[in-house]
Design a binder for this molecule. Structure first.
Ligand code: ATP
Ligand code: MG
Length: 550
């Protein structure tokens, strides 16, 4: 992998260098960028990279960033996606102010410019089918073939184009193409399609149009209309840049934007293709676009990933000109790093084992617990303790091997924020499984320290049986088993059957039923978890474990 990664000085990269130089040389007076999603799916972590870059540079250089929907294909676009995109960009922490725009705002102007090209003899109506057009396009080594309709007169082209617009022809009957060069070395110049007939209701323009501009025809001109100074996009558009420049040169546009390309974000074990993500949802292979296993912004939010962690991650990845693949462990690390500093601590027992403290008197008491050792200002809370508690099944072994330091018969351990307890007896069910432990506690160790200075080798988390509500906890593992999902041909073959593990019957600290914190908590010794926003009851999603499991 090429490590020309651009984090040369903190926060500097080739895009920022270009902008700084343009400002300094007076080539631009203020920076205008845009984030241009097509509303045909939900945003994912790759889009977050583009969002942070476009909004980020605008902020840093005192300019502005537009949110522009490239809504040129009503057959695939939906209001649900428009709403989700706005929600997600805002949640990531960015604000487009008054600059919410749509390519559809410019349909009238784009249509005029298409007629301009026809009048200049630089566009024609082609009656070939989509397949014929594709078949005649040629390849990287062979030139394309001219369409039989390429030399129509300006009058005929204008007439046909107007009739396309008027709705006289069915979908696919004709297209408008630029007349450039069918033998160009750059395939984008081989008479690209400018307009196609799509009889579909558009989320914003309704039934006003039945012809729609292609992305290539709309994109650069929309930038020009909005006076975008730096049109930043991913590398796959590098070969489109000469075409965009060609349109700009032919048309009376109000400004001349420049396009710069950067490497898209790729992550191991993760699919960042809208087509595949759409398929996962459509085929029910995940629950929804915001399924916490999805790399969508909505999925990450529901999993408890804070926007700050996404921004930190994107900053660390940097902006480069060469494609590379980032280890998903780096993303998890950014999430963990932020949550370690900020997440309130709680106790939860995922697989409960009952412990009866035989010498514990009376009813119950409250003990003080620290909310976040990394942040003293987070203060403390009270946690109920009583004669019967739950600990994790895995924190006890009847016949412990040498390196197991947690609870075992005859051994003493610390209960976090509470007391030392010692195990005396084990209760088993008919199947011979341990179902209960009989312990005693040392009242002198309240708060977790022995006045005589004796030590224990382990500190366990716990909850009070009578006080701890039941909860469902959902553990998420990577959605795909291979680092490059789909590389074998069929991405469904690579799905991880254990991407979701549901644990019913968990027991959690009572405070968790009342917390109105909507981000993630650290469940001590277990990882980071947040309330599932789509469930009514007490359901928690695991955001990320405490350490890298690999
Ligand atoms: P499609 O294949 O549908 O075009 P897309 O992911 O490119 O999918 P867009 O809505 O066109 O979807 O993307 C909006 C912007 O986000 C584009 O400028 C695109 O370059 C950028 N983008 C998309 N994927 C990534 C990625 N993985 N990393 C960085 N930027 C991305
Ligand atoms: Mg795209």
């Amino acid at each position: 992998m090429v490590m020309e990664t651009a984090v040369r000085e903190a926060g500097r990269d080739f895009i920022r260098d270009i902008i700084a130089a343009d400002l300094e040389a007076g080539r631009v007076t203020s920076v205008v960028t845009r984030f241009p999603p097509e509303p045909n799916g939900y945003l994912h972590i790759g889009h977050a990279k583009s969002i942070c870059l476009n909004f980020g540079v605008a902020q840093e250089f005192g300019g502005r960033c537009h949110l522009r929907f490239d809504d040129t294909n009503p057959a695939k676009e939906e209001q649900e996606y428009i709403d989700a995109i706005e929600r997600d960009v805002r949640w990531l922490g960015f604000d487009w102010g008054e600059h919410l725009h749509h390519a559809s705002d410019y349909f009238g102007q784009l249509y005029e410019w298409a007629e301009d090209l026809i009048r200049q003899g630089k566009a024609y109506v082609d009656d070939q089918s989509q397949d014929e057009i594709r078949g005649n396009r040629g390849t990287l080594t062979e030139p394309g073939r001219d369409s039989p309709w390429r030399n129509r007169s300006v009058e005929e082209n204008l007439d046909l184009f107007r009739r396309m617009r008027a709705g006289e022809f069915p979908n696919g009957a004709r297209v408008l193409r630029a007349k450039i060069d069918m033998s160009s070395g750059n395939i984008n110049f081989r008479d690209p399609v400018l307009y196609r007939i799509i009889h579909a209701r558009h989320p914003r323009t309704g039934d006003s149009w039945c012809i729609y501009p292609s992305y290539d025809f709309a994109h650069g001109q929309s930038d020009a209309i909005e006076y975008i100074t730096h049109s930043i996009c991913t590398l796959e558009f590098e070969d489109h840049r000469p075409l965009y420049d060609w349109f700009i040169a032919q048309l009376p546009v109000p400004s001349h934007p420049h396009q710069y390309e950067f490497a898209r974000l790729n992550l191991t074990y993760t699919v960042l293709s809208k087509r595949v993500l759409t398929e996962l949802v459509r085929r029910g292979l995940v629950e929804s676009w915001d399924d916490p296993r999805m790399p969508t912004i909505a999925g990450l939010r529901r999993r408890g990933v804070p926007p700050e962690a996404i921004r930190d991650f994107v900053r660390k990845v940097g902006v480069a000109k060469a494609n590379s693949i980032v280890d998903v462990a780096m993303f998890d690390h950014a999430v963990r790093d932020y949550l370690n500093r900020n997440a309130p601590r709680r106790m939860a027992v995922l697989r409960p084992l009952k412990v009866v403290i035989e010498n514990y008197p009376g009813s119950a008491e409250e003990l003080e617990a620290i909310n976040n050792p990394e942040d003293p200002s987070a203060g403390t809370r009270r946690v109920p303790f009583s004669r019967e508690i739950f600990i994790e099944q895995e924190d006890f072994m009847e016949n412990p091997p040498k390196k197991f330091f947690r609870l075992a018969p005859g051994r003493e351990v610390r209960l976090r924020y509470a007391y030392f307890i010692k195990c005396h007896a084990v209760v088993k069910n008919a199947a011979g499984e341990v179902v209960e432990l009989r312990c005693t506690y040392d009242p002198e160790t309240r708060g977790g320290n022995a006045p005589d200075g004796r030590k224990v080798q382990a500190t366990l988390h716990w909850v009070s049986a009578a006080h701890a509500p039941e909860a469902e906890i959902r553990l998420y593992n990577p959605l795909f088993l291979r680092p490059d999902p789909g590389a074998g041909g069929d991405f469904t073959q690579d799905l991880n059957p254990e991407s979701l593990v549901v644990l019913p019957g968990c027991r959690v600290e009572p405070q968790l039923a009342h917390d109105d914190h909507d981000g993630a908590f650290q469940f001590e010794r277990q990882g980071y978890f947040c309330r599932d926003s789509a469930s009514k009851g007490l359901v928690f999603n695991r955001t990320v474990g405490l350490r890298d499991s690999k």
